[in-house]
Design a protein around this ligand. Structure first.
Ligand SMILES: Nc1nc2[nH]cnc2c(=O)[nH]1
Length: 441
């Protein structure tokens, strides 16, 4: 086993890899509770209950999809990179697709499945590299950062820190509500733990916030912590049954967004985490095809189980920081996701003020790539900036991407650098213009 995972070449051992796997798990365990809450639109009180996805089933789907992704990434691609349903696309799934576009969650899951099929086909062919090379790094970074701003905005709204305002659209609330104060407390706790570099700071932040919420009577005390695994049948296989529903112009835009966002997210995250672990060779990712294939199949598996897009997690960097170098640490993380299936009773304590600090802080992690953009070159800075500011303001990751891809060729041509723009980007330019004309809801 040590040989298979190349412990010697990588200068690692079982102890380090197990600690790294646990560290990554603790850094991302929040998703077990945040994902069911977000996908079922838990923070939107006036949404009809019969249109909500079942929280227990999503909890099981989240744990199983993450376990599948982590274990396969560890064994097949042998990277210390963990996967789980991403916060960027679960927000897009819930708030843009289900809430704003009025698409049923069943159809949206079918869309996630198809985006996984497209990603899998691309991962198996050479088109993958062509697209990766064609997209300018500034736009890749801008998409990641824009999603970060979007997630933070959702967190601030869920906590009712930022509320609607008839004069200015949005504004700061009076901060008097008990739940809002609890979320602010949770944010401070999480920030303290994070800045002090405590492993699993987001998770522990949620635990402390929930306990304080129970003490102050804002959250109901659960009758037990360990319980039977919830029933997954409300979501299992629904994506496949609803495949015929996705043939509409509206869904075309949604599927393309699921695909493009995950494609960017996965390639960016794999490169960043592998680089941090010193695993890149000549600035390239060895076994990139296998790693992307794992990510792509995890999207399909997750959709069939009942969750929005499963993706490689930036939080894997916590495990790498703890010394994780081999795929063994990802396997450890995956096994812990399997064990967590028995902790579903804790779902009831994870309310909006408990999840909001996690959303707000994950935004900080995702926005960090903003520094990689060359702000002095306006021909790249302008499209990058429009992408990242449009995501939270239009409440849509898709619109942010579209705006960036429309402005990029224009500013590059104006600067006399039109020849450097890859032909694929001119094709995307036309596609995104069509998106604004016909596909956008
Ligand atoms: N890369 C990545 N990491 C995450 N961590 C939490 N959510 C996400 C996501 O959507 N993408």
């Amino acid at each position: 086993m040590k040989k298979y995972f190349q412990f010697e070449e990588l200068g690692t051992n079982y102890r380090t890899e197990i600690i790294a796997g646990i560290t990554t798990f603790l850094s991302m365990a929040y998703i077990l509770f945040v994902n069911p809450f977000t996908l079922s639109l838990g923070a939107v009180k006036d949404f009809p209950n019969e249109l909500r996805i079942d929280q227990g089933a999503v909890f099981v789907a989240t744990a199983l999809a993450a376990a599948y992704g982590c274990i396969l990434m560890g064994i097949l691609a042998r990277y210390p990179i963990a996967l789980a349903p991403g916060m960027g696309l679960n927000a897009f799934f819930a708030f843009t697709v289900v809430l704003h576009m009025h698409i049923p969650w069943q159809t949206a899951l079918a869309g996630v499945f198809v985006s996984g099929v497209i990603f899998t086909i691309l991962s198996l062919t050479g088109i993958r590299e062509k697209i990766i090379d064609a997209i300018p790094v500034e736009l890749k970074y801008a998409v990641g950062s824009g999603i970060g701003l979007f997630i933070t905005f959702i967190g601030l709204q869920n906590a009712k820190i930022i509320v609607d305002n008839p004069a200015t659209l949005v504004g700061l609330s009076d901060l008097k509500d008990g739940n809002t104060l609890l979320a602010i407390f949770g944010l401070f706790v999480t920030i303290i733990l994070m800045v002090r570099k405590v492993n699993g700071s987001v998770f522990y932040g949620m635990v402390i916030t929930a306990i304080v919420g129970m003490i102050f009577g804002l959250i109901k005390v659960p009758d037990k912590i360990v319980g039977a695994v919830p029933d997954i049948s409300p979501t299992f296989g629904v994506a496949l049954q609803h495949l015929p529903d996705i043939f509409s112009l509206k869904m075309l835009g949604v599927v393309l967004t699921f695909f493009i966002v995950d494609f960017f997210d996965a390639t960016g995250t794999l490169l960043a985490v592998a680089n941090q672990a010193g695993l890149l060779k000549d600035n390239k990712l060895p076994r990139a095809g296998k790693a992307l294939l794992v990510d792509a199949t995890a999207v399909m598996v997750g959709a069939v189980l009942g969750t929005s897009t499963t993706t490689s997690y930036v939080e894997s960097s916590a495990g790498v920081a703890a010394g994780g170098r081999s795929g063994f640490s990802a396997v450890v993380t995956g096994i812990l996701f399997l064990l967590s299936l028995f902790f579903s009773p804790l779902l009831s304590v994870v309310t909006a003020p408990v999840t909001a600090p996690a959303l707000i802080i994950v935004g900080v992690l995702m926005v960090s790539s903003i520094g990689e953009i060359d702000w002095k070159k306006l021909e790249v800075a302008i499209p990058a900036f429009f992408t990242l500011i449009t995501m939270p303001l239009s409440y849509s990751i898709a619109t942010g991407i579209a705006v960036g891809f429309i402005f990029y060729p224009i500013t590059m041509i104006l600067r006399g650098r039109g020849k450097e723009v890859h032909p694929i980007l001119y094709v995307l330019f036309v596609i995104f213009i069509l998106y604004f004309l016909f596909l956008r809801e």
